[in-house]
Design a protein. Structure first.
Lengths: 61, 252, 223
């Protein structure tokens, strides 16, 4: 097991590379999830308000 | 069975389709990445001994090459959708191009990052002004330019078309840039990267590399469709179907 | 066709001559950037000889980029540009005329002042001639490619900095071969030929494609 983690002495490089991949992809996924929640929340608020147009609130991406 | 493809070109009808596809792509992503990771780390140890011994750091190849491939492929995808949008004036294709761009930029960065870690071990330096490294860096700049131009323009229609045109101009320039970096002296060309020849790569390594590439590809589909759904919702906020969707208890 | 081209060209030059400082600003920016480098890297003759061509070219890139912002801005603000879009003449021809005027005002002065900055870097006589020739071929490419970016960022907040982000990566080939030509001229003058021919080829291709792309970009921006 420790063999696997030490990668023949190249742990820093192998895991440094793989780690950055995992970190960035996770960040992207989390950011997409929170973005979706934000959009739904904002649009939901606006639709419940009668007589308003969403563009009045400057809905941008 | 005849499927009406043109119907899918409307954001309203593609939105639920994308929503149904996203979980499927996530399952494929996780499965392929796990398989590729397992194969790369546990089915290729014979590479460590033998006549042409590799050190453990060659395992970076399983993410480095797929990330580099995806970075280039996704740029082509952006240009393709932008061109379709500019020619046929379809809204959805621009949204598609926008949805792909951040994922492409991330893969470009990852290709550079993993390349630096691999380069440190095999060449002894994190960075070298090698043609491929430099052109990958330029590709990263092109992605950043695309995203920056799009976000700088408030008018959506203009933003779509302007950044689409920029992507196409970039695509025209990429071969010239690559070539100029590759051959700073026109009479002789040299490169640090060895020439890629897929047939010379060991079957196990190639297999896990291709599986990882497929995994990254599915990942790009999943994240792009998620982002696309966000873009569709924001842009179509005025339309009846979005309002109807939002009035439901639990919007899908 | 030729008359329209001349008409726009003369008009732009006349307008610029009424505000000469704009032209001089670009020129002095170039001279100042080039003059600052020796203060940063040291004034040793050997270092300067090696750095010279690259520094001059990077400075030329930045100078021509700074001036790009003004390429369409004035005509955009007073509505002239919209009228140009409506004329029966091909827009790319009008754009080409504007680019030519822009190059005469910002690119040509750089070529002419090159001997002066070349001497700052102890370049030899032949190297200076090669540099002038390379600049003469290269700076029009900068204006042509830059025009696309200027058209895309027309009227945007922070357009200038955005423009540099979009355009500078596309300048790389010109930089590589422009500086390369001067560098090899120090070894053998005959080696310069392929570099200049490549620059010439880039210039011809840019001359055909860039006005088309810029006019497409203008139509998008003004829609």
């Amino acid at each position: 097991m420790s063999d696997f983690f030490s990668q023949g002495g190249y742990a820093f490089f192998v895991w440094g590379a793989y780690g950055m991949v995992v970190v960035l992809l996770l960040i992207e996924i989390l950011q997409l999830r929170s973005q979706r929640r934000t959009i739904l929340a904002r649009l939901g608020r606006l639709t419940r308000m009668p007589g308003t147009r969403t563009s009045d609130f400057g809905a941008t991406e | 069975m005849s499927l009406n493809w043109f119907k899918l070109a409307s954001p309203a009808s593609f939105y639920p389709v994308a929503g149904r596809l996203v979980p499927l792509f996530w399952i494929l992503t996780v499965g392929l990445l796990l398989l590729g990771f397992y194969w790369g780390f546990f089915q290729t140890p014979d590479q460590l001994g033998g006549s042409n011994a590799q050190k453990e750091y060659y395992r970076i190849i399983f993410i480095h090459v797929p990330a580099a491939w995806m970075s280039m492929w996704l740029y082509m995808v952006i240009v393709g959708w932008a061109a379709i949008g500019l020619v046929f004036n379809t809204r959805l294709s621009f949204m598609m191009a926008n949805a792909v761009a951040p994922t492409g930029a991330i893969f470009t960065f990852l290709a550079l990052w993993t390349g630096a870690f691999w380069g440190r071990t095999s060449w002894g330096t994190y960075w070298d002004w090698d043609p491929r490294l430099t052109s990958e860096l330029v590709l990263f700049f092109l992605y950043i330019g695309y995203i920056a131009l799009h976000s700088a323009i408030d008018d959506t229609r203009r933003a779509d078309r302007a950044s689409g045109l920029l992507a196409i101009v970039g695509l025209v320039m990429v071969p010239v840039i690559y070539w100029s970096i590759n051959c700073p002296d026109p009479t002789q060309c040299a490169a640090l990267h060895q020439r890629s020849d897929l047939t010379r790569i060991d079957g196990n390594i190639l297999f896990s590399m291709l599986i990882m590439t497929l995994g990254f590809w599915m990942y790009s589909f999943a994240t792009s469709f998620m982002r696309l759904r966000g873009i569709i919702l924001t842009r179509e906020a005025e339309s009846a179907w979005v309002r109807e969707l939002l009035s439901q208890e639990n919007p899908k | 066709m030729a008359r329209v081209f001349w008409c726009i060209l003369i008009r732009d030059l006349t307008l610029a001559m009424r505000r000469r400082t704009d032209v001089l600003t670009t020129l002095f920016f170039f001279v100042i950037v080039v003059s600052l480098f020796p203060l940063g890297v040291g004034t040793e003759r050997k270092i300067l000889e090696i750095l010279g061509p690259g520094v001059v070219w990077v400075a030329a890139l930045l100078a021509s980029m700074l001036a790009l912002e003004r390429l369409f801005a004035a005509d955009y603000e007073d509505g002239t540009l919209e009228q140009m879009l409506l004329t029966a003449q091909p827009l790319s021809l009008l754009v080409l005329a504007k680019i030519s005027a822009h190059w005469i005002l910002t690119g040509l002065p750089l070529v002419l002042i090159a001997p002066l900055v070349g001497m700052q870097y102890h370049l030899t006589g032949t190297a200076i001639w090669v540099m002038m020739l390379a600049l003469l071929l290269g700076t029009p490419i900068l204006s042509l490619i830059g025009a696309i970016g200027a058209a895309l960022t027309l009227g945007l907040r922070g357009g200038g900095i955005l423009l540099s982000l979009l355009i500078l990566p596309l300048y790389i080939p010109v930089l590589v071969y422009g500086a390369g030509a001067v560098e090899v001229s120090r070894i053998d003058l005959m080696d310069v030929q392929p570099y200049l021919m490549l620059l010439g080829a880039f210039f011809l291709i840019a001359l055909i494609l860039a006005p088309l792309a810029s006019s497409a970009a203008l139509r998008i921006s003004l829609e």
